[in-house]
Design a binder for this molecule. Structure first.
Ligand code: HEM
Length: 149
């Protein structure tokens, strides 16, 4: 199993990076949709329906599969011999940030359900602020895997 993963390492990393790019695109874009949905669109009109379709498709067709693929390929990299040295700081920083990113994804999914049920209570300003969360986590994650402190 370990030899098998070692042989596949560059391909698994390639698939991991493609998956995280797709996941991050959604994590950046969905809160922006929520900003405009919260600030500019009333309930129960055709624009509300359109936003709901865009939000549902983005989450279900892109973000959920991309998150699962990021985890699957990321964990395969963790299991590859010689890749992660748990005595260093970077794997712990990365693990904490990735769990934070996953929690943020779940929070967005819950807010999407609120919009779908006509009971969003979060302001556009709050969604704007939450939009910075994935940016900060991404900076910590990429610094961790590249600099490896
Ligand atoms: C979902 C859970 C994740 C796990 C378990 C995971 C784990 C890993 C591991 C073990 C590596 C290999 C490091 C190496 O080859 O030296 C890696 C590479 C990488 N990860 Fe993740 N990762 C996850 C999510 C993410 C996220 C969310 C991002 C971006 C925001 C990301 C960006 C990267 C990048 C850019 C690399 C390539 C680094 C390099 O080759 O220098 N990962 N990941």
């Amino acid at each position: 199993m370990e030899d098998f993963l070692a042989g596949l390492y560059p391909w698994v990393k390639f698939l991991h990076v493609i998956s995280v790019i797709s996941w991050m695109a959604g994590l950046f874009y969905l809160p922006r949709l929520f900003v405009y949905h919260a600030e500019r669109v009333g309930q129960g009109n055709p624009t509300d329906d359109l936003f709901q379709v865009m939000e549902r498709r983005l989450l279900r067709a892109i973000m959920n599969p991309a998150m699962i693929a990021s985890w699957v390929f990321g964990l395969a990299l963790v299991l590859t011999p010689g890749i992660v040295d748990w005595t260093m700081l970077w794997p712990w920083l990365k693990a904490g940030s990735v769990l934070g990113m996953t929690a943020f994804h779940m929070w967005l999914a819950a807010r999407r359900r609120d919009f779908a049920e006509g009971r969003n209570s979060v302001t556009g300003r709050r969604y704007r602020m939450m939009n910075e969360v994935p940016t900060l986590l991404m900076i910590v994650i990429v610094a961790s895997v590249i600099v490896k402190f």
